[in-house]
Design a protein around this ligand. Structure first.
Ligand code: SAM
Length: 320
């Protein structure tokens, strides 16, 4: 079976990129699977793939790695020590390829990331722990119901790119209507250090380290051109989450890479937002879904994506 025949979408002539079917006996040496004017999808082991990239050449690495919980065939490790050793191999490579202004995001369950954070920190200047909160995951069993995952935000240096204005949260009507009414002296909305009365930033409130985005992709409406982002990948991430992280830590034309790209969410969002991208996965089947998604990204202004995500957030808040 060819990768294309495993594809989620009907086999169509590729309009934008070129699908390069891997050699039948592809070793785990990375092979170029799909090439596009703005990026490349590679098939193979990501540690080997990262080793092919030059030092200090990448602006953002987004990694959603295996979890060592036997979620799928690719998620089986002999023990947690082997898993941590594997994680440090690719993290070291990710740190090497990042520019000084670069960011590494690592996505996963908190109890697993906790094992990786300390040993990985030696490759970076600082780290912030983001929480991705969702309310819509079915929770079976009799343990604590899961309603969050975590994202480690490692920064290569103090001068990391952080576009706070790109991800500000619009104030509600009340704050905008009464922006500077009297506040208690001790309130954060009182006078600032220079005695000025606080007024809301016209672009919105400072983004918080808890990101509220539904986990269930079906809750997120399809994009404007009718494309549905959902593929059968077992751990596909929502585009809305990736857009926020990419907007915050990169600029137009920057290079965003994903060593564990699965169904291609990072590459798709980088493409939507006018970034360059490169990504890798072991599975030709997942890469075929990624290539098909990339073929369906049509030109759209970045502001339109931002407004779409803000409107979705408002809609979700209004129905709670
Ligand atoms: C958690 S999933 C990523 C899902 C992805 N973020 C998405 O939105 O579809 C992890 C992916 O890593 C891939 N993988 C596992 N080990 C790998 C390795 N050593 N090198 C490259 N890819 C690997 C798996 O095939 C799987 O698709």
């Amino acid at each position: 079976m060819t990768p294309a025949s495993l594809s989620l979408f009907p086999e169509t002539e590729l309009q934008i990129g070129r699908r390069l079917h891997p050699a039948p006996n592809a070793s785990d040496t990375p092979t170029l699977y799909y090439s596009h004017p703005a990026g490349e999808l590679w098939q193979g082991d990501c540690v080997k793939w990262l080793a092919t990239l030059p030092d200090a050449s990448v602006d953002v690495v987004f990694a959603d790695p295996p979890y060592n919980i036997k979620k799928a065939e690719w998620d089986v490790f002999e023990n947690q020590e082997k898993y941590i050793a594997f994680s440090l191999q690719w993290v070291e490579q990710a740190a090497r390829v990042l520019k000084n202004s670069g960011t590494l995001f690592i996505c996963g369950f908190s109890e697993i990331l906790a094992d990786i954070k300390h040993p990985a920190s030696k490759f970076f200047n600082s780290c912030r722990w983001l929480v991705w909160h969702y309310k819509n995951k079915a929770n079976l069993g009799s343990d604590w119901g899961r309603s969050h995952e975590s994202i480690l935000h490692f920064r290569k240096s103090k001068k990391f790119t952080f576009n706070i204005d790109e991800i500000r949260i619009p104030y509600n009507g009340h704050t905008l209507k009464y922006p500077s009414h009297p506040q208690a002296e001790t309130s954060q909305y009182g006078k600032d250090r220079n005695g000025h009365l606080w007024t809301p930033n016209p672009l919105g409130a400072k983004p918080k380290d808890v990101l509220e985005i539904p986990q269930d992709l079906l809750e997120i409406p399809t994009t404007c051109n009718g494309m549905n982002e959902k593929t059968p990948h077992p751990t596909q991430k929502p585009e809305e989450l990736l857009r926020k992280l990419i907007l915050a830590t990169s600029n137009s034309g920057d290079l965003v890479i994903d060593p564990f790209c699965g169904s291609g969410t990072t590459a798709v969002c980088a493409q939507q937002l006018g970034r360059l991208w490169k990504a890798c996965d072991l599975s030709a089947e997942y890469l075929s879904w990624a290539a098909n998604r990339l073929e369906q990204v049509h030109p759209r202004f970045v502001e339109d994506w931002k407004n779409q995500d803000i409107e979705n957030q408002k809609r979700r808040n209004s129905i709670r």
